[in-house]
Design a protein around this ligand. Structure first.
Ligand SMILES: C[S@@+](CC[C@H](N)C(=O)[O-])C[C@H]1O[C@@H](n2cnc3c(N)ncnc32)[C@H](O)[C@@H]1O
Length: 216
């Protein structure tokens, strides 16, 4: 039920979402993004930084959306980047971006709900950026991520208790899209319970940027 609403939302909003990256919107909208969504740019930079040297590595980007992280990572010589999203319209954009970039690229795209998919092998790095905002059962998803991650999880969680989170909740409720918010201690305890260790949390803007290694 929750998943259906999220899927419907991003089905309609795929191009709008990607325009946050491309800046293809009105001048006022661009200015608002600069003021209120600067943390998206920082989370992008931090994610790429945290991935480190991905040469020869395998990466799964859960909820890859329009593929903007894959676009950058594909040039760093990974052996595979699997982008997974349950909204086909997002993957249409991703496919266009990725195939425009390189002939022999390491990217694969798959449509589906991460919670319902089986993977033959684990991945070195799991990305979950801007995903937990829409996940009703985050612990269950983190457990599955632990299962498929060999080296590192890099994830973001929207912060609870800010004025912007309240405004966002109202705004998304107008589109009938559920959204969830988290406190740092909640993120830490969920990650621990899911089997991650060496957990690092960093709060900036409206989000919590989290990394963790699977507990062996
Ligand atoms: C806000 S977008 C973030 C996209 C991308 N990670 C980024 O930061 O640019 C969240 C994406 O997660 C996808 N998503 C949400 N729940 C999912 C699930 N259970 N399985 C696969 N994709 C999911 C949505 O379709 C949407 O494209």
């Amino acid at each position: 039920m929750t998943e259906d609403l999220v899927q419907k939302h991003f089905h309609k909003k795929a191009d709008d979402f990607d325009s946050i990256y491309t800046g293809q919107k009105s001048g006022i909208a661009r200015l608002l993004d600069k003021w209120f969504r600067w943390d998206m740019e920082k989370r992008f930079q931090r994610t790429i930084e945290e991935c480190g040297d991905v040469s020869g590595k395998t990466i799964i980007d859960v909820g890859c959306g329009s593929g903007r992280f894959m676009e950058v990572l594909q040039g760093k010589n990974p052996s595979l980047i699997l982008g997974l999203d349950f909204v086909p319209n997002m993957l249409i954009i991703a496919r266009k971006i990725l195939s425009e970039q390189m002939a022999d690229n390491p990217c694969e795209l798959a449509t589906g709900d991460f919670n319902r998919m089986e993977f033959r092998k684990p991945f070195d790095i799991t990305l979950a950026i801007g995903l937990f905002d829409y996940i009703a059962e985050p612990l269950q998803m983190l457990k599955k991520m632990r299962h498929v991650t060999r080296e590192k999880l890099i994830a973001t969680f929207p912060r609870a208790g800010t004025l912007r989170s309240a405004i966002r909740k109202v705004r998304l409720s107008l589109y009938k899209c559920p959204v969830y918010f988290f406190k740092p201690e909640q993120v830490r305890s969920m990650m621990e319970e899911a089997g991650f260790t060496d957990i690092q949390l960093e709060a900036f803007g409206q989000l919590i940027f989290a990394t963790g290694k699977p507990f062996l």
